[in-house]
Write a protein that binds this ligand. Sequence first.
Ligand SMILES: *[C@@H]1O[C@H](CO)[C@@H](O)[C@H](O)[C@H]1NC(C)=O
Ligand SMILES: *[C@@H]1O[C@H](CO)[C@@H](O)[C@H](O)[C@H]1NC(C)=O
Ligand SMILES: *[C@@H]1O[C@H](CO)[C@@H](O)[C@H](O)[C@H]1NC(C)=O
Ligand SMILES: *[C@@H]1O[C@H](CO)[C@@H](O)[C@H](O)[C@H]1NC(C)=O
Ligand SMILES: *[C@@H]1O[C@H](CO)[C@@H](O)[C@H](O)[C@H]1NC(C)=O
Ligand SMILES: *[C@@H]1O[C@H](CO)[C@@H](O)[C@H](O)[C@H]1NC(C)=O
Ligand SMILES: *[C@@H]1O[C@H](CO)[C@@H](O)[C@H](O)[C@H]1NC(C)=O
Length: 305
Amino acid sequence: MLHREIFVCLKLLLLPLHVVAQLRTDGLQQWPVPYRRFDRRPPVDSYCEAFYPFCPTGDRDGRIPYMRDSDIVSVYRLQTPVWEFKYGDVLGKLHIMHDAIGFGSLETGANYTMEWYELFQLGNCTFPHLRPEMFAPFWCNQGAACFFEGIDDLHWSQNGTLEKIGEVTGSQFNAMAQWVQEDNKTGIYYETWTVCSDPSPNATVWFESYDCSQFVHRTYRKLTELGAKLSSRSQTNYTKIYLYSGEPRYLGNDSAIFGQPALKNLATDIRQFYHAFRPHQSIFDLAFSLLEAYKKECLSLWRVW
Ligand SMILES: *[C@@H]1O[C@H](CO)[C@@H](O)[C@H](O)[C@H]1NC(C)=O
Ligand SMILES: *[C@@H]1O[C@H](CO)[C@@H](O)[C@H](O)[C@H]1NC(C)=O
Ligand SMILES: *[C@@H]1O[C@H](CO)[C@@H](O)[C@H](O)[C@H]1NC(C)=O
Ligand SMILES: *[C@@H]1O[C@H](CO)[C@@H](O)[C@H](O)[C@H]1NC(C)=O
Ligand SMILES: *[C@@H]1O[C@H](CO)[C@@H](O)[C@H](O)[C@H]1NC(C)=O
Ligand SMILES: *[C@@H]1O[C@H](CO)[C@@H](O)[C@H](O)[C@H]1NC(C)=O
Ligand SMILES: *[C@@H]1O[C@H](CO)[C@@H](O)[C@H](O)[C@H]1NC(C)=O
């Protein structure tokens, strides 16, 4: 487990059911299944409660300051071990990294941090809640972009990375800001797992993750598209959490599976599967559940997929 990639061997994990199968026009399934975009972000269900408030120092309406076109804005690569600041040293050993981007305006001297993360912590984005009053598993799995003033140099540089990777003009920054707002409105659900067929480099990827490092990559790509030249001296290791599985099969959406008496057995299996992973367990219980599941799931083949 001391690698930068964590391998969890589960024969099956049901992905959030908003991942809808997409068929190509020739009728073949397209892999990886494209991340689903939405027209806008739905309000958060009041059942979901954040353990740490989301984006406490950001603008309440997510506004990003406008830079003068002539400004020169420095771009920083920011990376730090995620568990360290949230859960102490024990889980720092897993080397899960959190990625963000920093910006600094030459004209105003102000600097900013931009990151994309879970509204209700990682556990809630990885496993659903089983609510007694609801048959279908219930997800608190939104993720979003947070833009706030300041770069906490010590936080990023002490155990991670703070590196200037380039400069953009004020107008390039403003164009990126507009894109971030759009991306933030349409990409709303966090996907923890990269699901693929096996650990080989050739493996078929069934589902890509959608997380902080993917956001950072998308933003770099956008800045490059806008004409920016970015380069990093050091190799960047991004954390991916892998799940290996046979070829997934689309079985139906929430209402189909949990609303039809004919599929009651399937629905019950799904609930039972998730019982081991309730996200409101403490992080230690969750780690323990994962170990338990490792033992069980590697031995038993699930019927569902
Ligand atoms: C997950 O959601 C539950 C229910 O809303 C909440 O109590 C909890 O603090 C959230 N965070 C974690 C890490 O479980
Ligand atoms: C992204 O969306 C979240 C949730 O609505 C919001 O809190 C945040 O301010 C938005 N961020 C940006 C940069 O627009
Ligand atoms: C960001 O601004 C703060 C406050 O002025 C300063 O202490 C810090 O060094 C700056 N960080 C970067 C990376 O520019
Ligand atoms: C860096 O790691 C050390 C040792 O684990 C810890 O004491 C310190 O608080 C960390 N620094 C930051 C800024 O997280
Ligand atoms: C990857 O695919 C190529 C071509 O299909 C094949 O020759 C090679 O043996 C594969 N490598 C692994 C590690 O599976
Ligand atoms: C990235 O991984 C390589 C190989 O595992 C390692 O040598 C390097 O120090 C890592 N870089 C960072 C910034 O963690
Ligand atoms: C769920 O699937 C059924 C049948 O495939 C479809 O009629 C229904 O519109 C879908 N519901 C949602 C919310 O997508």
